[in-house]
Design a protein. Structure first.
Length: 337
């Protein structure tokens, strides 16, 4: 049967009513992948590529997306693909599929990140059965607004915490103002070290155009850097500069191992949290520069009592205005191998 959705339409306009319920498994898998590609990714780089057949859906990493300056170990590329994988699994469960995920199916093919085998009549996993996660996929976005000094209710915070179910990945949350200020300062230092590196600046410049994301937050970041250095007399910069201190919560996802499977799983947990937060009206922004600069990552560990673990992803949570529009996505037909 002919597919009844238009793969060239704006990816954010996907509608569950267009699910090709009478078509082949391959057409259904392609439909579900339209949710995968709405995932967040570093610099909106969208490093995922997909291979689809009657047996399985394969998730591949596009080596052309390698950020050699800011992500030499490809840690964040794997986190990004993990987020896409999670969207796919949530959508698959929403349409009644069970699934088996195999991570890194073939030794010697490090870019083959995962294979997903779908089975009909699956029951949703306990942590994905909340339909709100599925519906949040098309609403989620990164918010770089200044967050209000409003506490997140305990019940909502618990819902966010409950997204973290993998035994390998854990969530650290803090609302300690003094600690957030200390981490804010470390972030400014990490930014300064990154911007001093010409390879980092060139890479950022290239992907700002490729990823098509709004550059105003980078400019704000540079303003923050300038303000931080202009305030070396001890006076404190205004609220807009201290984005983290003003957010109710700082969150850190960390793992016991620092291998690529842990990175992919971090991405899965992160996306579940981002969707859960979106469904609760809580905004979120990753702030990952500390982890990208090795010396800052080491300095960060004792601040959050994670001496024997690996911080993988840092983000702030709170209430702020929504972005005016979604960041662009490549259509599925450009991503199929
Ligand atoms: C691994 C990873 C790292 C990211 N790091 C940052 C960051 O340091 N600062 C930031 O503002 N956004 C960061 N982001 C958010 C991306 O820029 C954002 O997901 C992308 O531009 C797509 O926009 P969207 O999330 O609104 O769909 C990160 C996202 C991921 C997945």
């Amino acid at each position: 049967m002919q597919q009844n959705y238009d793969p060239s339409a704006t990816p954010w306009h996907i509608n569950e009513r267009d699910y090709p319920s009478h078509d082949s498994l391959i057409e259904k898998e392609k439909f579900l992948l339209q949710y995968a590609l709405l995932a967040p990714s570093k610099y909106n780089i969208q490093p995922w590529r997909f291979d689809v057949n009657e047996k399985e859906v394969q998730f591949w990493l596009d080596p052309a997306c390698w950020l050699t300056a800011s992500d030499p170990n490809r840690r964040e590329l794997h986190i990004s693909i993990g987020a896409a994988l999670e969207n796919f699994l949530i959508a698959a469960e929403h349409f009644g599929f069970g699934h088996t995920v195999t991570y890194f199916p073939e030794a010697g093919k490090p870019e083959w990140i995962a294979s997903v085998l779908l089975s009909p009549n699956g029951s949703p996993s306990p942590f994905r059965k909340d339909k709100k996660l599925f519906y949040a996929i098309i609403n989620r976005h990164t918010s770089r607004a200044v967050y209000e000094a409003l506490a997140i209710p305990k019940v909502d915070l618990n819902q966010i915490k409950n997204c973290c179910i993998e035994s390998e990945i854990e969530l650290y949350l803090t609302d300690d103002l003094a600690l957030k200020k200390e981490i804010d300062e470390l972030m400014i230092r990490a930014d300064a070290l990154q911007f001093a590196n010409s390879a980092f600046r060139e890479e950022l410049n290239f992907w700002m155009k490729e990823g098509g994301f709004d550059a105003s937050w980078i400019i704000a970041k540079m303003g923050r850097l300038a303000t931080a250095y202009l305030h070396q007399d001890g006076s404190s910069p205004d609220g807009k500069q201290n984005a983290l201190s003003h957010a109710p919560f700082l969150a850190v996802l960390y793992s016991k191992e620092d291998d690529h499977k842990a990175h992919v799983q971090t991405g899965q947990v992160f996306e579940r949290i981002a969707l859960s937060a979106a469904s609760l009206g809580v905004q979120l922004q990753p702030m990952t520069q500390i982890i990208e600069v090795p010396q800052c990552r080491e300095e960060f560990k004792p601040l959050v009592s994670l001496e024997n673990a690996y911080p993988q992803h840092i983000f702030r949570l709170g209430y702020g205005s929504r972005e005016k529009s979604h960041t662009p996505r490549r259509p599925l037909n450009e991503l199929l191998l």
